[in-house]
Design a protein. Structure first.
Length: 120
């Protein structure tokens, strides 16, 4: 049996509004041997997801990664009366992928807090 090739997806939900977070920019970085490499930039769609995996099967490698969520621009556009500087602007989530599998890293976001987990 062939082993599944790894890939990475994400999903952003605005828990304050109870809706998917559409139009939020996300950058993906890989850390290897002291070098930080930018791999991709995407923007969340109307469902709060990217239109394709943020890291597809073809370039997938086991290692250390960071998703950088540009939450400030989204929060300014969708939440009224937020004072500058925003409490949350850019949200980095660093994580490791240690098996050739599907990784899903969602972000549950509000103007004053966030959480994440390894989803499925």
């Amino acid at each position: 049996m062939d082993q599944m090739s790894g890939f990475l997806t994400t999903h952003i939900l605005d828990t304050a509004l109870g809706t998917p977070a559409a139009g939020l920019k996300i950058d993906l970085f890989r850390f290897q041997d002291g070098v930080i490499q930018h791999l991709s930039s995407m923007t969340s769609n109307e469902d709060g997801r990217t239109n394709s995996p943020i890291l597809p099967q073809e370039p997938f490698q086991i290692g250390h990664y960071e998703l950088l969520f540009h939450a400030g621009d989204y929060l300014r556009a969708h939440h009224q009366n937020l004072q500058e500087p925003l409490f949350l602007d850019q949200i980095p989530i660093r994580f490791g992928m240690n098996e050739n599998n599907h990784y899903h890293v969602p972000l549950l976001l509000s103007p004053f807090g966030y959480s994440t987990y390894r989803g499925s």
